[in-house]
Design a binder for this molecule. Structure first.
Ligand code: ZN
Length: 451
């Protein structure tokens, strides 16, 4: 018997993080501030006191590596799955559906089950009996594993919307101002609503996992460019809104049991010119239509900022057109590189056979250029007017690096590491929540966790 006592003592002294049981008394808030580049986090003139305080009392990385394509939905999905887009399947801000003879379409509100091919952190948490909530997370339509949702486009009859109206934290008119159409208000207003919802969800339901995403920083960087006055102001507003959520955590008395992780989906680059490959396809007779529309085509290019996917939309001409398109794009002004979709694995992406949303060719824009799908006019390259920047460039470009900050009872205070990957976020949060995410490409960030 006596030999069991040291074993028992050892078991009792095991660090809390070895817990194998779902941590029902713990809370995790995963915050995404859209389009927040690492280089701006390192700018001492950026006034983000709430983020600085979280980093000082917790852990931060000098850079967060993101996934290809460095686009919003793709990287939010990496953050909650810990696997590359090759496996999780999200390649656009929505589900790309190929159609013969016409341009592919993006179904933005396709159910999550049709576009995310692996279990997410919230799926695993929900299945383990933990509670889950989201405000403005993406690729998350009808997941079946979120207890409380305030969507990017909340509907007046959503349960959470009704609760918020009944509680006096939102009005029907305000929900109306979030709908698409002429009455939709600006992105700062939307962010304030998503923040109000996140606060309501945390205070009312105390979910074990809350996913919260704000968008104004991305919008402002697109319009005015990173390192612009409006860009700085947007980052500072995002910090203020996060501060409101942290205040709510403090008021709830749950701060000591709450881990807050702040990340982003991608960095940002400045843009001065647009390259419009579909104009070249139209001039070559491969895309046809009047004015701004393409009504029929043999090939079409879907733009994703610094990257574009080219599709052969006439299967009968596939073997003839692929080399022709590769040649056309390789010599086009504004295109730095053309890669076969078959080589998607080199970029962490699938091949077209594995995922029909994948382009037959991948085009990368040159420095200062961004892709647009427009087909009007005769010019393939046009100046970017009233446009400041974008993302979608190779994730290996340091300007695409994002931020990573973690604070909470399991995080070693004052830790600064050089680089983490967005693949590591989900496995690390799973560990903190007493869950395990199977078969991730990322790893648990042991270096930021208490012994
Ligand atoms: Zn984004």
């Amino acid at each position: 018997m006596t030999r069991l006592i040291p074993l028992l003592a050892l078991l009792l002294s095991l660090p809390t993080l070895s817990r194998a049981e779902p941590a029902k008394d713990r809370h995790v808030i995963l915050v995404s501030i859209d389009g927040f580049p690492a280089y701006l986090w390192h700018d001492p003139t950026l006034m983000v006191p709430n983020l600085r305080q979280l980093a000082a009392g917790g852990a931060s990385a000098k850079a967060l590596t993101v996934s290809n394509p460095s686009i919003t939905w793709i990287n939010h999905t990496t953050l909650v799955t810990g696997v590359e887009p090759r496996k999780h399947g999200v390649l656009f801000n929505g589900l790309l559906v190929r159609k013969d003879g016409v341009p592919p379409v993006i179904e933005q509100w396709a159910d999550k089950s049709r576009m995310v091919f692996v279990p997410t952190l919230y799926d695993v948490a929900h299945q383990a009996g933990l509670t889950t909530a989201e405000s403005d997370w993406v690729a998350i339509t009808n997941p079946g594993t979120i207890n409380w949702s305030f969507a990017e486009l909340p509907k007046p009859d959503d349960a959470v919307v009704k609760e918020m109206i009944a509680a006096g934290v939102a009005t029907e008119e305000e929900i109306g101002w979030m709908q698409m159409g002429p009455n939709r208000k600006g992105v700062p207003f939307l962010d304030s609503m998503w923040t109000r919802a996140a606060i309501h969800l945390f205070e009312t339901h105390r979910p074990n996992l809350l996913l919260y995403h704000t968008l104004n920083t991305d919008y402002t960087h697109h319009m005015h460019g990173p390192r612009s006055g409006p860009g700085f102001t947007a980052l500072e507003l995002a910090d203020r809104l996060l501060g409101d959520l942290i205040d709510a955590v403090d008021r709830s008395g749950l701060r000591e049991k709450t881990t807050i992780v702040v990340a982003t989906d991608h960095g940002f680059k400045k843009v001065t010119k647009f390259v419009q490959p579909n104009v070249a396809l139209k001039k070559a007779g491969l895309a046809r239509g009047l004015g701004p529309t393409v009504s029929s085509c043999d090939a079409y290019v879907m733009a994703q900022g610094g990257m574009a996917f080219a599709y052969v939309t006439n299967p009968a001409r596939r073997s003839e057109l692929l080399p022709q398109l590769r040649e056309m794009f390789s010599t086009m002004e504004g295109i730095a590189e053309v890669i076969d979709g078959e080589k998607g694995h080199e970029l962490g992406m699938p091949t077209p056979d594995e995922n029909t949303g994948m382009g037959d060719l991948i085009l990368f824009a040159s420095e200062g250029y961004a892709f647009r799908k427009e087909v009007t006019g005769e010019e393939v390259v046009v100046p970017a007017v009233n446009y400041g920047g974008t993302h979608g460039y190779p994730a290996s470009d340091p300007e695409l690096d994002g931020i990573f900050i973690a604070h909470g009872p399991d995080i070693k205070p004052g830790t600064v590491v050089d680089r983490v990957s967005n693949l590591d976020v989900a496995p690390t949060l799973a560990r903190i929540m007493g869950l395990s995410l199977p078969d991730t490409d990322g790893r648990v960030l042991d270096e930021i966790l208490k012994e």
